[in-house]
Design a binder for this molecule. Structure first.
Ligand code: PLP
Length: 405
């Protein structure tokens, strides 16, 4: 299948290119000292991670520790309520730790171990990436330093506790606004001093090359499983698939299984409280091209051209850019990116819980809300939604802000 001049039969051999570009997006925009460290990771990824031994070990871990394959579930009652379209969900909420993030963390830390590193370093905002990475580090017996702003440490006390229980060292970042941006800077600064013994582990398909490629590849297990399971269940492909997009890792892995199929693909960004800058985090819809955090993509900028403040009810989606591959897939028209606001998300959160007995993460509820919209528009056919995570982490927030509906 072809879109513009992009042939999806050979897509994964061609994109990204050897410098990490998906068309004009991607690349590596970092200090020269760190470029050597990135080159080392790229080299290791292209050799070690493609070896039979590595692939077999990761496959075994996914089965025996992570609980993969996760199932695909038919949402029979919800579909019936909406009309004739059949909705299905890929259950990443049932992956160990309750979300898709562990898929790439296990891959990244296994690679670190093969490279002989002793420590993994990362930053975290809401704490989900920190918990997944701390889990992987505990499993493989590596040290784990998680940089986190003081403000976030106070807000995310349960995740801070989880990281500590898992043996991670949570490093408090006390300068500036004391949130994610400062944590990123501090993590990078530490990494530039420690890169001989440590490896930086990014939390999504963002950052300099090779991370957007590597994280997508580690997440592609989601799309591969989902396609095979769906076809086995129904005898055909879904008409449409949907995933939420923050940085874009769950979407990138899920979409990768269907890019060469006659399937409509939708990536859903958070519209938050509305279209005004600062009220949403829909970078692919409202953003412009620019460089941040080491890569070129579409981003939301303030008047100075710096990353703009963003907002979403889902803390995992409030990032002012998206991975370069999403910007590319948008431009060539292969994936349609659309938005869902806070209200629609909360409705879908309760609807899925009540009708199906599945409490979704607020992030994932964006994709569910869009799948429900499609079901009303399409009249017949089937839609497969990636349920990126479970909602246990969101209980307190929901009760406090929305009560029980
Ligand atoms: C972190 C997170 C996301 C957003 O990250 P992506 O890289 O866009 O996938 C989505 N859903 C859940 C449950 C998350 O924890």
């Amino acid at each position: 299948m072809k879109y513009e001049n992009v042939d999806f039969n050979t897509y994964f051999k061609t994109y990204p290119d050897k410098n990490g570009y998906f068309g004009k997006y991607g690349g590596s925009f970092i200090q020269p000292e760190l470029q050597a460290a990135m080159d080392e990771i790229t080299e290791a990824y292209m050799t070690i991670a493609q070896s039979r031994r590595f692939i077999a070990e990761l496959r075994r871990i996914r089965r025996e520790f992570q609980g993969r394959p996760t199932p695909v579930s038919h949402l029979e009652r919800l579909s019936g309520k909406l009309g004739n379209v059949q909705l299905y969900v890929k259950r990443e909420d049932l992956n160990h730790t309750g979300a898709h993030k562990l898929n790439h963390c296990m891959g990244e830390v296994l690679l670190a171990k093969y490279m002989g590193k002793k420590k993994v370093i990362a930053e975290t905002g809401a704490g989900q990436h920190g918990v997944a990475l701390a889990t992987a580090a505990a499993y493989f017996g590596l040290e784990c330093d998680i940089y986190m702003g003081s403000v976030d440490i106070k807000k995310q006390a349960p995740n801070v506790a989880r990281m500590k229980i898992l043996g991670a060292n949570v490093v408090e970042v006390t300068h500036g606004l004391q949130t994610l941006k400062e944590a990123v800077d501090a993590a990078f600064a530490a990494y530039s001093k420690e890169y001989k013994d440590a490896i930086y582990c990014i939390g999504s398909v963002v950052g300099p090359h090779p991370f957007p490629m590597m994280v997508r590849d580690f997440q592609s297990v989601v799309g591969e499983e989902a396609r095979e399971q769906f076809v086995e269940m129904t005898g055909h492909l879904p008409d449409a698939i949907v995933a939420c997009v923050g940085g874009g890792s769950n979407a990138a892995g899920f979409f990768s299984g269907f890019l060469n199929d006659p399937v409509d693909i939708y990536g859903i960004e958070p519209l938050g409280r509305g279209e005004e800058l600062g009220e949403h985090a829909a970078s692919l819809k409202y953003g412009t091209e620019g460089v941040m955090h080491g890569f070129n993509s579409i981003m939301l900028k303030d008047e100075n051209g710096d990353p703009a403040p963003v907002y979403s009810v889902a803390s995992g989606l409030d990032y002012p850019s998206s991975g370069p591959e999403h910007a590319f897939l948008r431009d060539i028209g292969r994936v349609k990116y659309d938005v869902i606001n806070d209200e629609e998300t909360i409705d879908a959160f309760f609807e899925l819980s009540r009708m199906e007995g599945i409490i979704p993460a607020i992030e994932s509820a964006h994709a569910v809300a869009y799948g429900m919209k499609l079901a009303k528009q399409m009249k017949r056919g089937s839609v497969l939604i990636n349920l990126s995570g479970r909602g246990d982490k969101d209980m307190d927030y929901i009760i406090e802000n929305y009560g029980i509906r």
